[in-house]
Design a binder for this molecule. Structure first.
Ligand code: WTA
Length: 661
């Protein structure tokens, strides 16, 4: 972990500490430091505090059932409905006319919409009635392949209403990636759209969805298509099993659909994420545990109050959007801003314009975005009134002190606490960060585990490391928002997350998120990044194996190794090292075919930034590719140990090719 130690060093030498601003503390949802001891002493019952944020139909009997570790169950015996908690109860409390979703479309000349809780509930009921009519039953997985349009959260909540788990596939994923996920989930229903806008131009989405559908192995009963583009559309004719969203919803307008009574442990959704092998894993989240976690963390960390307007720039197609655009903010009854477009269209001040126009109170984004803002310059935020902001957040990758400070100064006016939140698709919500009304922040360090979350940094043997030493991040007790399993693959659940550091004979179960980290004397964690074979490109987790699989599909390619190379704004960029078959040259055409295959296999966001053709890949004597050395090459670093290689000479050759190309 030599380069990682360097990062720890950098964060230490640059250590500034910032106390929570008094003005913030006095109004914070959580401001009592005692919560840490209280939760530790009263664990796991402390998590009743999270469950209490929800309305339960039947109260639960037990907070945590750990009789079958590591298959934990939370709030067992309880029943509830997620859509009821996100919608009906606010309407019943007289808040139906408050805006639930403030939708902002990419084209600026188009009517943005403030959808009230009442309106959202009505549309969710109409779509829930539609889904039922199409034959969707409790437990059927409904896939959504949609961009940031209001029909996406409507469809998610409609599924939740009738107890059908949703599986949202990020709109940027390719047709093949969509098909893989539908196949894995045996999903027979798809909600999608004709297209959407990117940088002012309409983009065809249905063509891609259709091509994905062609690769689904089972019969797909129905496809619902939202008409997003209207006259800008691509003139697709809908097939027999394809229905226009608006007509269906109109047919069911005004129909009441009672929220289904869901067991706390019933699956709320699946979210596919990349792992060590090429096959994405379906992360299963449940109704009671996940929703209480999304709500509790939204309240305690993001400091969301019902009267707030809150803006998270993530895409709902990833977990951050699920937890912190849809479920958390809506369960708390606040206004959540949902923006269709990119931060730099039509100008680089688009997000600041939105913050000012809707007087947003919180702003939650990713370090990759902050690095771009910083590069574009402070004049863009400076030209807008950002004084409504009270709190800033970051998520998705480590943030270095420099962009942290820029964010603090130019977006937060040095008055907003920053929460650097570490978590994952698997954890359901935030796990490590500073409670903003309680803890000082240290730029570059995410902070301690949340109250009741026991995080530690250990070495390869599972022993806790000394302060400021690099090691592996581990979680030593379960939490309500945790994944329950990898869909239809309990073995993989244990192997990927619990096998490394648990001692089942001693009944000790340790969750391993596959991140490297260091911890300081005050228990503040500096997360160093993934230690498995996944990359973090602009905050998107991409498996090296997935990209490699797409590359070796190309005719003429023999072998491929993919690594993440440091990149100024993206965090990491995809670099590919490719060997060709006998008689095949590393031509530009082959390069294009490789790029195309990655775009088709995964999506344009995984496109390799560099492709190096080489006669061989560095391999150990047992034939394992040494990615670490390729990372050194990609980063222009000094080479690590090559003595265990079967073919040490190849590394220098690759190095010279890489610097030439
Ligand atoms: C990384 C996104 C450093 C980490 C919510 C994790 C972070 C992976 C941070 C999960 C952070 C997330 N500091 N690294 N604050 N937050 N990560 O599943 O490597 O898309 O394991 O979930 O992002 O990515 P995922």
């Amino acid at each position: 972990m030599s380069s990682d130690d360097g990062d720890l060093e950098a964060s230490r030498s640059d250590r500034v500490e910032i106390e929570p601003p008094e003005g913030f503390v006095s109004q914070a949802n959580v401001s009592d430091e005692g919560i840490y001891d209280e939760f530790e002493e009263n664990w796991p019952e402390c998590w009743e505090a999270a469950a209490d944020l929800l309305d339960w139909e039947e109260d639960y009997d037990q907070v945590l059932d750990d009789s079958n570790e590591p298959f934990y169950e939370w709030f067992t015996g309880g029943t509830l409905n997620a859509s009821y908690n996100c919608l009906d109860r606010h309407v019943e409390n007289g808040r139906g006319e408050e805006v639930a979703i403030q939708w902002v479309g990419e084209p600026t000349d188009e009517g943005n919409r403030g959808i009230t809780y009442e309106e959202l509930l009505a549309e969710v009921e109409a779509f829930a009635a539609t889904l039922r009519d199409l034959g969707v039953e409790k437990g059927d997985v409904v896939t959504m392949h949609m961009p940031m349009i209001p029909e996406l959260p409507v469809a998610m909540l409609a599924c939740a209403r009738i107890g059908a788990p949703h599986s949202v596939v990020f709109a940027g994923f390719s047709a093949e990636a969509l098909a893989t996920r539908m196949n894995s989930a045996d999903s027979e229903y798809l909600v999608t759209c004709d297209g959407y806008y990117r940088r002012g131009d309409p983009l065809d989405h249905l063509e891609k969805a259709n091509s994905g559908l062609a690769s689904v192995e089972h019969e797909v009963s129905d496809v619902v298509v939202v008409d997003r583009l209207g006259e800008d559309g691509f003139g697709h004719d809908l097939a027999d099993d394809q229905h226009d969203y608006a007509s269906l919803v109109a047919d069911h307008e005004g129909e009441a659909v009672d929220p289904a009574s869901q067991d706390a442990e019933d699956m709320l959704f699946l979210m596919y994420t990349s792992g060590t092998t090429g096959e994405p894993k379906g992360i299963k989240h449940t109704t009671g545990g996940y929703l209480s976690w999304a709500s509790w963390t939204s309240r305690a960390v993001l400091d969301i109050k019902p009267e707030d307007t809150y803006f998270c720039t993530a895409d709902i197609g990833w977990i951050t959007g699920h937890s912190y655009i849809v479920y958390g903010p809506l369960a708390l009854g606040s206004t959540t801003v949902m923006y269709e477009g990119t931060p730099d269209f039509p100008e680089r001040d688009r997000l600041w314009e939105i913050v000012a126009e809707y007087e947003c109170n919180q702003f939650y984004t990713a370090p990759t975005a902050i690095r771009s803002f910083m590069k574009w310059g402070s004049k863009y935020p400076a030209s807008h009134d950002l004084s409504s902001l009270r709190l800033l957040g970051t998520v998705g990758e480590p943030i270095n002190p420099r962009p942290w400070k820029w964010y603090h100064e130019h977006i937060g006016g040095e008055e907003c606490p920053i929460v650097d939140t570490w978590w994952q698709t698997e954890t359901g919500g935030i796990m490590v960060t500073t409670l903003p009304g309680v803890k000082k922040t240290k730029p570059g360090s995410a902070g301690p585990g949340l109250p009741g979350v026991d995080v530690r940094v250990v070495d390869a043997d599972g022993e806790e490391v000394e302060a400021d030493e690099a090691g592996y991040l581990t979680v030593h007790n379960p939490w309500p928002g945790m994944l329950r399993t990898v869909y239809k693959n309990d073995e993989r659940y244990i192997e990927e997350f619990w096998a490394e550091y648990s001692d089942p004979d001693a009944d000790e179960w340790v969750y391993f998120p596959e991140d490297g980290a260091g911890i300081d004397a005050e228990g503040y964690l500096t997360v160093l990044g993934r230690v498995d074979d996944t990359m973090n490109v602009s905050g998107h987790r991409i498996g090296t194996a997935e990209v490699e699989n797409a590359i070796v599909e190309v005719e003429g390619v023999a072998e491929a190794a993919v690594v993440g190379a440091e990149h100024e704004t993206k965090g990491e960029a995809v670099h590919a090292y490719v060997t060709t078959e006998e008689g095949q040259e590393g031509t530009d055409d082959l390069r294009d075919a490789i790029v195309e295959s990655v775009e088709n296999g995964i999506g344009a966001f995984a496109r390799p930034g560099g492709i190096v053709f080489t006669p061989d890949l560095p391999k150990t004597r047992s034939g394992k590719i040494m990615r670490r050395l390729l990372e050194d090459v990609a980063n222009g670093d000094e080479l690590g140990d090559t003595s265990t290689l079967r073919n040490p000479e190849i590394v220098e050759e690759i190095q010279s090719k890489a610097s030439a190309g």
